[in-house]
Ligand binder design. Structure first.
Ligand SMILES: Cc1cc2nc3c(=O)[nH]c(=O)nc-3n(C[C@H](O)[C@H](O)[C@H](O)COP(=O)(O)OP(=O)(O)OC[C@H]3O[C@@H](n4cnc5c(N)ncnc54)[C@H](O)[C@@H]3O)c2cc1C
Ligand code: FES
Length: 244
């Protein structure tokens, strides 16, 4: 983990609730897709955690959804503004050893998959992506996903793609994969255990205090006892998580 002061070089909306922010700094120490960063915001005591959606040696992209006051404040930040950020947090998707990866994203859970897809593409692998949203207007960056994955879209209201959620889609279709990688709402991750029986990884969220392993505030139950989302996670073996 390291602290850096990063400059905002882009901050724009992708749809009515989701924004893309690009930060300038030194990111040579980031190792895995879905490590996360923790941003300090003026007037907020706790930092806000966000997955690394994409990065180069000197730029880092986050994709964030406006939920509460902190993320709302982020939408007002301007190019050239500086942010105090902890980088290199969490483990990320550390097991890239898959020839036929299945990626499953629900809503803003799509964020860490941008970099994961690029990493697979670098190895000549085109992952299968099932990307679910409540309705068609919520999808982001579809051109990128169409170009670089075997893409299936699902919507809860049937306005685009498969009518239903990603778990229903998997249940009702034959998908050839060897490992799965999932990020999205807890009910989706929990239900995946019923339809994806191969080795898989889930990226979890938790309310965070410190963000680097000191406060235990983000602990979740696993078959091996409690583990911290910020330190042992956010990526866990799907089979080890006990959902409450
Ligand atoms: C490891 C990790 C990676 C994340 N990556 C992303 C990402 O790439 N993009 C993104 O949009 N969001 C991501 N989040 C969630 C993001 O941190 C929260 O949405 C954000 O902190 C909310 O801040 P706020 O001040 O706007 O909302 P608050 O006012 O703090 O809360 C508003 C609402 O959001 C809920 N909430 C707040 N924090 C979390 C959280 N950590 N998990 C679940 N619900 C929360 C609250 O219960 C409340 O209902 C991630 C969270 C974690 C732990
Ligand atoms: S947030 Fe403090 S230990 Fe995870």
């Amino acid at each position: 983990m390291e602290k850096q002061i990063l400059e905002i070089i882009e901050n724009r909306s992708l749809n009515k609730a989701v924004y893309k922010m690009v930060l300038k700094g030194d990111f040579k120490n980031i190792k895995n897709p879905d490590e996360f960063i923790n941003i300090s915001l003026k007037n907020f005591y706790l930092r806000r955690p966000f997955s690394v959606a994409d990065y180069t040696l000197d730029t880092l992209t986050i994709i964030y959804k406006v939920l509460g006051e902190g993320t709302k404040e982020m939408t007002n930040l301007k190019i050239g503004d500086k942010l105090d950020v902890l980088i290199g947090l969490g483990n990320g998707f550390y097991d890239m050893n898959s020839q036929k990866p299945l990626l499953i994203a629900g809503g803003i859970g799509i964020a860490p998959f941008i970099n994961l897809i690029k990493e697979f593409n670098k190895e000549g692998i085109r992952p299968t992506l099932i990307y679910g949203e409540q309705t068609k207007d919520n999808f982001i960056l579809l051109d990128f996903f169409k170009d670089n994955t075997n893409l299936y879209l699902t919507t809860d209201d049937g306005s685009l793609g498969y009518f239903g959620n990603s778990v229903d889609f998997i249940r009702n279709n034959i998908i050839d994969y060897d490992k799965f990688y999932a990020c999205g709402p807890i009910p989706m991750l929990k239900s995946l255990n019923n339809v994806c029986t191969k080795i898989g990884y889930v990226s979890l969220e938790a309310r965070m205090g410190c963000g680097f392993g000191a406060c235990m505030g983000c602990s979740i139950k696993t078959v091996d006892g409690y583990k911290r989302v910020c330190k042992e996670g956010p990526v866990f073996l799907a089979s080890e998580v006990i959902y409450e």
